[in-house]
Write a protein that binds this ligand. Structure first.
Ligand code: FUL
Length: 571
């Protein structure tokens, strides 16, 4: 159940606590080989680089492993025709995608197989889950997945790490946080609206996606909808001819910035939204408009404040049909609300959750990664009185480590002001955050160094694969192992402040318990400097006291299958 944060509302009782189930689904594999598809040769083909880095590299599949050739880069999933990493016999299928992470071709070690076993044919798993450790059809050894596994679109999204939220609407002009739906559209007039400025600010700081609130709980629509009269069309802004959603999505697509849209099911303006009568059709009408009129949508945030009478399973089918690559978040099967709004994901955060049939998921374990929402200001909407109350750089840096560094995706809210631009204090703070992160991760001391391990699956899965900057290639331990040790010789004594570790999540979450050891020059003993449990997409460990060491070891004590590490970075 999800107890949503309530900030005072004068609303009906609807707003109380919502059972928002979490559970994904689409990606869940029902049974090996259940999918009939042609021999899928591809592994995680979603682009190899971590978003925010300088772009994907070419992840050529190791010889003999049958890796698929590439697909779209990290941002390619937003391409209108983008197929993003679908495992397929040809290994092709990358859509045009938007610009962005430079087209990684990421074919990782591939498994032979008989088609992916995804429960939903239009939501391909990132890998062929029927692959086993021996491979087949002439392919070389392949890493056996630990089920459940994500879809290719979920992998691409999890790699983003850092994303933005834009709360903008009537509340910006009225000073409310949750409007009751009675405010007059006459106050809405963002004379200097410039989404290009929002996007440039965020991209400059390493953000790759932004989610615009197109309708908050007050019901005011930021596009000239035909579904209600309560919209920008009734405002003085641009003589009623303006469209904030178009301005934003056009600017985002042009800039290669992935697009998220937030549509609140709760609608305080629609008189019938709490009774249910008539409102579901209106909501469906709105959903159809935003999913058909604005190009590719990468994420659809259906907020947890529910409205009665909505047929969610029918809604999900419609969304899949209109935008097959849009990940459905919060009241949906693809992305789960992390459960807090203070920028802190739990330690040991896992993407493997119990499925919730009410969200269109099967009841077994499913892949359901979390999203951590938090605002740079005290409120979600811009209020001039909060210009001096922004979170400090240090607080934002902590938030980054406590969300992105804990296997969750951060969605940081930076609300545009009444002119329609991000205010100067926000622009400055986002710039500081970007510069700070760039500085912290400027030099990976492990890059290109020597790595060794206590076992290895096969050629193509060498320890060095964990140091090559490519998330699609990885070290994998020998079949049958459930523990492993990956050691790096840094070449000289180094001061270590951060350890950055990622699993190849296309093959499932594997580690259950791990620790990090360091050893100084000439020393014969190792010192444990950090411990952890689940790794998943990314664990960032800030050492409490920077360690001086020549060697570092990641020791996976327990795993659900043979350990595998996509990247082990040291800063
Ligand atoms: C919550 C809403 O009630 C807040 O106003 C905000 O939009 C937040 C992101 O989600 O459910």
């Amino acid at each position: 159940m999800r107890a949503l944060p309530f900030i005072a509302v004068g609303l009906a009782a609807v707003v109380a606590a919502f059972g928002l189930a979490c559970a994904p689904a689409a990606s869940t594999l029902t049974a090996a080989g259940a999918g009939a598809g042609g021999g899928s040769a591809g592994a995680a083909a979603t682009g190899s680089g971590r978003a925010g880095s300088s772009g994907g590299s070419t992840g050529a599949a190791p010889a003999g492993t049958g890796g698929a050739s590439g697909v779209s880069g990290a941002s390619g999933v937003s391409g209108a025709s983008g197929v993003s990493g679908a495992a397929g016999a040809s290994g092709a299928g990358g859509g045009a995608g938007t610009a962005g992470a430079a087209g990684a071709t990421g074919g990782g070690p591939g498994g032979g197989g008989s088609g992916n076993a995804d429960a939903a044919p239009d939501r391909p798993a990132a890998i062929d889950a029927s692959a086993d450790a021996t491979g087949d059809a002439g392919a070389g050894a392949a890493l056996a997945p630990v089920l459940p596994v994500p879809t290719a679109d979920q992998v691409a999204w999890q790699r983003l790490g850092l994303t933005a939220f834009f709360h903008f609407g009537m509340n910006t002009f009225t000073g409310d946080e949750i409007g009751d739906g009675t405010a007059s559209p006459s106050v809405f007039n963002p004379a200097g609206l410039d989404p290009g400025q929002w996007i440039a600010t965020l991209q400059g700081a390493g953000f790759k996606q932004g989610t615009l609130v197109v309708k908050h709980h007050d019901g005011f629509c930021l596009w000239p909808t035909k579904c209600t009269s309560y919209s920008v069309a009734a405002s003085p802004w641009m003589g009623g001819k303006g469209d904030v959603v178009k301005a934003y999505t056009d600017a985002a697509h042009a800039a290669g910035f992935r697009v998220g849209l937030y549509l609140s099911p709760l609608d305080n303006h629609a008189a019938d939204s709490s009774s249910g009568a008539g409102y579901p059709a209106k909501f469906t009408c709105m959903l159809n408009e935003i999913l058909t009129g604005y190009g590719a949508v990468d994420e659809l945030w259906l907020d947890g404040h529910d409205a009665p009478g909505i047929d969610w399973s029918g809604m999900y089918a419609t969304i899949r049909q209109l935008q097959p690559h849009a990940l459905i978040a919060i009241t949906g099967p693809d992305i789960r609300w992390v459960g807090t709004e203070d920028g802190t994901a739990p330690l040991g955060e896992t993407s493997v959750q119990a499925g919730m049939p009410s969200l269109g998921q099967p009841s077994g374990p499913v892949w359901f990664p979390s999203e951590s929402d938090v605002s740079i200001r005290p409120g979600w909407f811009y209020h001039p009185s909060e210009d001096t109350a922004l979170k400090s750089l240090s607080a934002l840096t902590d938030i980054f480590f406590n969300t992105v560094g804990r296997n969750s995706v951060l969605i940081l809210n930076i609300p545009p002001n009444t002119s329609g631009v991000l205010a100067a204090p926000d622009v400055a703070r986002v710039g500081q955050l970007g510069a700070a992160l760039k500085g912290l991760f400027a030099t990976n001391l492990a890059a290109g160094r020597t790595a060794t391990a206590d076992s290895m699956l096969a050629a193509g899965y060498e320890p060095a694969r964990a140091l090559d900057g490519n998330l699609d290639t990885f070290w994998a331990a020998a079949p049958g192992t459930t523990s492993g040790r990956l050691e790096i010789d840094l070449g000289a004594t180094r001061t270590i402040a951060i350890v950055d570790v990622s699993e190849p999540i296309a093959f499932g979450e594997r580690a259950k318990k791990y620790h990090v050891e360091v050893q100084g020059v000439g020393a014969t003993t190792w010192t444990t400097v950090a411990t952890g449990t689940v790794i998943g997409e990314r664990n960032l460990i800030r050492l409490t006291a920077a360690a001086s060491a020549r060697k570092l070891a990641l020791v996976i004590e327990q795993a659900a299958g043979a350990p595998a590490i996509a990247e082990l970075g040291v800063y």
